[in-house]
Design a protein around this ligand. Structure first.
Ligand code: NAP
Ligand code: HSE
Length: 431
């Protein structure tokens, strides 16, 4: 007997998945076991890129998750509700779930995985982070014996596309965003992408897997790219960096399993020699560092119908394999094995390098005063340059050595009070 799928959603990801599952030649033979049994949509009037029998497509999504004949629910509708409730109903009805919904998992992961464990079923989410890039299963299985030190990713294609174009064309953020929206690379409401919220959901999921604990999304520090200017991109370039929106989950040195863990999303100056510096356009990449593996980088398409369908369908196939072998004992590597929350350290404790740009009066002694303020808070400078002017004001750019963020901010507060300082237009962290 075939394994029956109930697919919730027939948009970009749902359509890609149905297309892949209908086009089986040359793919894994287990795909033959899959039956697309029900597909839930909002509108029956919309024209669709796939052909499905009329009795398969329905607007009654509750009926799909409550149908005893359905073995696996594939949630590719997105959004928080009714996605959350439908996933929970499916799990409580003893159905495995495959989802691409990072927003729902990052917010409701605790209740979703608790429900799955209680029902003895799995929630698979390979497509939720990095689109087509295999990173969830590698973290759960292939890398599971490693002590993970850091996960550093470019996990949002829209912002990487915008920053790449700002870098190559010397354009402004708002101009590139408008163009990206016209070309269909950025959504009409770009908030989740450009404000870093999508990346925060994704790093919360990756951190949970890498550091074996739940992550409270509110503890993830999040800064988007709206304030990144072409001036800073040009300065970064001169100093040997590119600016990327990085999602980082990392322990402070000295490394030990009890060292403070920071989970954060922010625009970052990345040395041009770093492997993530060359990830351009809509591509994603995730660098995992651990012991004893060292560094492993996953790279590929982070979104799109085909890429995401590849991830969703591989999750489905994993479940089909389990259902076909009638495995009764839970696979401890596929199930969520942790109930405790990770302790996330406050950003004031983070040790990192900073880049800051100051606009100051053009008068003698300003650089000396800046140096004194930084010295007062043990902020050591790697470089300080004054290369340009903005009108009457001198532009001074500083890059620090590794410093405690709390100390750096105290030094900035003192600097802001100096009569010679006009403003501090940019403040970015350096990898
Ligand atoms: P989409 O194109 O907007 O498609 C959503 C689908 O769900 C549509 O078919 C829609 O029905 C249906 N739907 C939504 N709300 C519904 C409701 N309340 N009742 C019934 N049907 C409903 O979305 P998508 O881009 O495929 O994304 C789906 C999920 O995958 C999201 O969680 C997203 O974050 C994730 N994801 C997407 C990508 C990507 O490249 N797009 C990559 C990775 C992860 P109608 O067609 O009738 O409107
Ligand atoms: N909006 C997301 C991005 C799509 O730009 O990467 C994939 O999750």
């Amino acid at each position: 007997m075939g394994v029956k799928l109930g697919i919730l959603g027939l948009g970009t990801v749902g359509t890609g998945t149905v297309q892949l599952l209908q086009d089986r030649a040359g793919r894994h033979p287990l795909l033959q076991e899959i039956e697309i049994y029900r597909v839930g949509v909002r509108s029956l009037q919309k024209s669709r890129a796939v052909e499905l029998p009329t009795d398969v497509v329905t607007t009654d999504l509750d009926a799909i998750v409550n149908d005893p004949a359905v073995d696996i629910i594939v949630e590719v509708m997105g959004g928080l509700e009714p996605a959350r409730s439908l996933i929970l109903k499916a799990l409580n009805n003893g159905k495995h779930v495959v989802t691409a919904n990072k927003a729902a998992i990052a917010r409701f992961g605790a209740e979703i995985f608790t429900a799955a464990n209680q029902a003895g079923v799995y929630v698979m989410l390979e497509a939720a982070v990095g689109g087509g890039i295999p990173v969830i299963q590698p973290l759960k299985q292939s890398l599971s014996v490693n002590r993970i030190h850091a996960i550093t990713g470019i996990v949002n294609g829209t912002t990487n596309y915008i920053l790449t174009r700002m870098q190559t064309e010397g354009s402004n953020f708002s101009d590139v965003l408008a163009d990206a929206q016209q070309l269909g690379y950025a959504e009409a409401d770009p908030t989740a992408d450009v404000d870093g919220l999508d990346a925060a959901d994704k790093i919360a999921i990756l951190a949970s897997l890498g550091f074996s604990g739940r992550i409270n999304l509110q503890d993830v520090y999040c800064e988007g790219i709206r304030q990144v200017s072409k001036t800073d991109i040009a300065y970064a370039e001169k100093l040997g960096f590119v600016i990327k929106l990085l999602a980082i989950a990392k322990r402070n040195a000295p490394l030990s399993p009890s060292s403070p863990l920071f989970v954060r999303v922010h625009p970052t100056l990345v040395p041009k020699t770093h492997p993530l510096a060359s990830i351009n356009g809509v591509y994603n990449a995730i660098l995992v560092e651990g012991e004893p593996i060292g560094q492993v980088m996953f790279f590929g398409p982070g979104a799109g119908a085909g890429a995401t369908a590849s991830a969703v369908s591989s999750d489905i196939l994993n479940l089909v394999a389990i259902l076909k072998t009638k495995t009764v004992a839970p696979n401890l590597l596929l199930a969520c094995g942790h109930q405790e929350y990770c302790q996330i350290a406050p950003m004031a404790e983070l040790v990192t390098r900073f880049y800051a740009r100051f606009l100051t009066k053009d008068q003698p002694g300003v650089i000396g005063k800046l140096g004194t303020c930084f010295g007062n808070y043990e902020v050591s400078l790697e470089s300080i340059v004054q290369t340009g002017f903005q009108g009457e004001l001198a532009e001074i750019v500083v890059v620090t050595h590794d410093v405690r963020e709390g100390n750096f901010r105290q030094a900035l507060a003192e600097i802001r009070s100096l009569e010679a300082i006009d403003s501090i237009p940019s403040l970015l962290r350096v990898l």
